[in-house]
Design a protein around this ligand. Structure first.
Ligand SMILES: [Zn+2]
Length: 332
């Protein structure tokens, strides 16, 4: 087959997260043709999770009357430490504990006979937002994924920056308080421990247990442990002082992280994605102010801090772009 034929075929993209596997098909022009979602059931063994992944791939092909021979290649976005050069999930995401040292690219390549390209999910989201979302037309961009945890991705001079082995962009694990709480990564005071959805929930729950008052108590009928970050956001929008204070604390630490990122990368844009970014100015506003006050002016004057545009589809958009670029240029 000619190089041109291979490039014009659709790309199959996969985003493997802690709760769901999203599959999608993209035209050569980057337009999404189809999308499906299935549970990851991430607590199961690696072979079982991979089997579910293959079933999800087979399903979207079947529903679109495609066979893999008519697909250019597979792009995979996956949580965890991903060695993109060798296509290996090296260190697991806390949410998908059993995927460790799994040569996922080789496994899928052997099964399907096409090129398979794997990238960290937050790096994929950065590439997705850069190509098709908030970052179109911007050459230097840093993405924070603000969800249950915090991830990140870096676009430097129009290219996805992965570092020496694929581990770059772990923005959630920069230290923002050396004496802060211990993190699952082995460090202390990581941004993720102080500004993620889980951190917000932890702070609210501990303060309520100490007897503080909040409308959140009514929202969950007294079941304090059930409180979600989303509910904290809703309470804050209703003016609840406790929710506002907890979010202000998270926003403060996120602001410290943003100042660091702006000083290090001098990005034209900082994009905030993930469920927590839907809190908008409640979470991101203080960061904007702190960047203005604390970052070097050469960098703070250049940066726009915005919310993402692709929602939970950023990962598959980015995985498709990653595969396409690796196939056409041999690199991203
Ligand atoms: Zn950490």
């Amino acid at each position: 087959m000619s190089e041109k034929g291979r490039i014009e075929k659709p790309v199959l993209a996969v985003d493997i997260g802690g709760t769901k596997i999203m599959t999608a098909l993209f035209t050569s022009g980057g337009k999404m043709m189809a999308r499906e979602v299935t549970p990851t059931l991430a607590g199961e063994s690696a072979p079982t999770v991979i089997e579910r992944l293959c079933r999800a791939i087979d399903s979207i092909l079947e529903h679109n009357n495609l066979v893999m021979a008519r697909v250019a290649g597979i792009g995979v976005a996956c949580a965890g430490g991903i060695d993109s050069t060798n296509g290996v999930v090296v260190t697991p995401s806390p949410n998908i504990k059993n995927l460790v040292n799994v040569p996922l690219a080789d496994i899928l390549r052997e099964k399907y006979g096409v090129g398979v390209f794997i990238v960290n999910d937050a790096s994929a989201a950065a590439l997705g937002e850069y190509r098709y979302g908030a970052g179109r037309g911007v050459k230097d961009l840093v993405l924070f994924t603000l969800g249950t945890g915090i991830g990140g991705g870096i676009i430097a001079d129009g290219r996805l920056y992965l570092g020496a082995r694929g581990g770059a962009g772990e923005l959630g694990h920069m230290t923002v308080d050396v004496n802060g709480p211990a993190c699952g990564c082995g460090n202390t005071g990581c941004l993720e421990m102080l500004a993620s959805g889980r951190a917000v929930e932890r702070d609210v729950i501990s303060r309520l247990k100490k007897g503080e008052k909040s409308i959140l108590l009514n929202m969950v009928n007294g079941e304090i442990e059930d409180i979600t970050a989303e509910q904290v956001g809703a309470a804050a929008r209703n003016g609840d002082p406790l929710a506002l204070e907890v979010l202000a604390r998270a926003a403060y630490y996120l602001g410290i992280g943003m100042v660091n990122v702006v000083n290090i990368f001098n990005p034209e844009m900082v994009v905030c994605g993930g469920g927590m970014a839907e809190l908008g100015d409640l979470l991101i506003g203080p960061g904007r102010r702190m960047v203005n006050e604390r970052a070097f002016s050469i960098s703070s004057q250049a940066v726009r801090i915005v919310t993402a545009q692709l929602g939970n589809e950023a990962g598959v958009y980015g995985a498709a772009a990653f595969a396409r670029e690796r196939m056409t240029r041999g690199t991203v």
